[in-house]
Ligand binder design. Structure first.
Ligand code: ADP
Length: 450
């Protein structure tokens, strides 16, 4: 087992990893930018090291500085968290070249799942059902028309290199397609430095259902059920739950088995998420994330496992501590993402937090790097905390969420907490009756288009 792990991240996810390390008796090293000298992850880790200026390109994305930090501190492994370098093939490779363990899949697996077209082809070859779409990239408008007509309108144009809900455009007909195709390409070029796009059937009322998989790198893999992450704004998740209100044990067992077998076949190591759109009893693969997800705690809650601990175990060659038969669902869990954003436009709202009081009690988990007096820097993601609740069933989890949100105090900045108070009062949310378009429609109705 490792004796020291460096965490190449910040915020709540850095704390999450530090906590797992501490329980395993492993020393932790925090890295930070100059803007994060006072951040909680720096305070909580056993050691810390500054890796560059505020801009993430020069710090949290600075591979050379992070590798030097490992060498200086003697860390044998790196946990990348999510975002930043967590799905960066060159980083995984560079660590391997320096004999440092990347706590995540191989550079090759990151590569095949990183580019969305390759990911779809790989998924298809592994027996996973995919969204009907173009065969590979579409280079010209003429090709786009041919592809869209054979798939059938409406279609969605997606950036091959896309991520974070960006680089997607919907076209309802051939006329829309011309503008959508050109804007998707130019936006993709600007955001990802690559203008390749592909076309998919645009599903009208799907749910976003993702399957948590876990492999030991030796041909064994399990699934830990699904998460329903359909409540999204601009393709970004805001509320996630497990198990999915629309998924039966039979559906779960069937799609879970397909996913676990697929990743076992490629000797996948560590945590992964296979994302699907689900409509009328059918699953359609959209992408695979080769890392820990923001919403992993809902899965941890219902299965009673520590996914970060497992990631560290398999990275050290120890294998998983559970088998598929031992994994049993217990109750229901919900996570809400608390962002430093001002409603109704969700404009970023960094600044000084005067008071922070985290809710507690039975079945409540608050993952946050906030503290009273902390100044949220303006340079990074606006996620400042995740509130996760667990109950014996969905109604109990909802009641607990309501209770916990009432206890939470974040004073001094605007946050997305009022959104969740409002959502909990909605019958559709209470009944779990929503799809990926529900939240946008609700926001439009409540606040008007923005
Ligand atoms: P990203 O990597 O940017 O998160 P994804 O491919 O995972 O992109 O898609 C994000 C979200 O966009 C999905 O959860 C869904 O809401 C929407 N979306 C993606 N593909 C389709 C599609 N074919 N039809 C309808 N909605 C889609």
């Amino acid at each position: 087992m490792f004796t020291k792990i460096l965490i190449a991240n910040r915020g709540e996810i850095a704390l999450r990893v530090i906590r797992a390390c501490r329980e395993m008796g492993i020393a932790s090293v925090a890295v930070h930018s100059t803007a994060d000298s006072d951040a909680m992850h720096v305070r909580m880790a056993d050691e810390s090291i500054c890796i560059g200026p505020a801009s993430s390109t020069d710090s949290y994305l600075n591979k050379a500085a992070i590798i030097s930090a490992c060498e200086i501190t003697g860390a044998q492994a790196v946990h990348p968290g999510y975002g930043f370098l967590s799905e960066n093939e060159a980083f995984a490779q560079a660590l391997e070249d320096h004999d440092i363990t990347f706590i995540g899949p191989s550079a090759e697996h990151i590569r095949i799942m990183g580019d969305k077209i390759t990911a779809k082809e790989t998924a298809k070859a592994l027996g996973i059902p995919v969204v009907p779409g173009s065969e590979g990239g579409v280079a010209t408008y003429e090709d786009a028309i041919i592809a869209a007509e054979s798939i059938g309108f409406p279609v969605i144009i997606k950036a091959t290199a896309g991520g974070g809900g960006r680089g997607m455009k919907v076209a309802k007909n051939a006329k829309d397609l011309e503008v959508a195709f050109r804007t998707a390409r130019s936006e993709s070029k600007a955001a990802f430095g690559n203008d390749e796009v592909y076309i998919e059937k645009y599903l009208q009322k799907p749910r976003h259902i993702e399957i948590q998989v876990f492999g030991d790198g030796k041909g064994n893999a399990v699934h830990l059920g699904e998460r329903d992450c359909s409540l999204q704004r601009r393709h970004q998740k805001v509320f996630e739950e497990a198990p999915g209100p629309a998924i039966t044990p039979e559906l779960r067992a069937k799609i879970g088995k397909i996913c676990a077998e697929a990743v076992a076949k490629i000797n996948y190591i560590g945590a992964g998420t296979v994302e699907f759109l689900y409509e009328d009893g059918e699953f359609f693969f959209i992408e695979m994330n080769t890392r820990l997800q923001v919403e992993h705690p809902v899965t941890e809650a219902i299965f009673g496992v520590d996914l970060v601990r497992e990631q560290i175990r398999v990275a050290a060659g120890l294998g998983m501590s559970f088998t598929q038969d031992e994994l049993e669902i217990n109750g229901h869990a919900i996570e809400v993402r608390i962002n430093a954003e001002k409603l109704p436009n969700f404009s970023p709202c960094p600044g000084k937090v005067r008071t922070f009081h985290a809710p507690g009690g039975l079945g409540v988990r608050m993952d946050s790097a906030l503290y009273g007096g902390y100044s949220i820097p303006p340079y990074y993601d606006s996620l400042i905390g995740k509130l996760i609740v667990h109950g014996r069933d969905r109604p109990e989890a909802l009641a607990r969420l309501h209770r916990a949100l009432g206890e939470l105090i974040i004073d001094g900045i605007d946050t997305t907490v009022p959104l969740f108070h409002a959502l909990l009062a909605e019958p559709d949310v209470q009944n779990g009756d929503y799809n990926i378009h529900w939240l946008e429609k609700w926001l439009d109705a409540k606040f008007g288009k923005n």
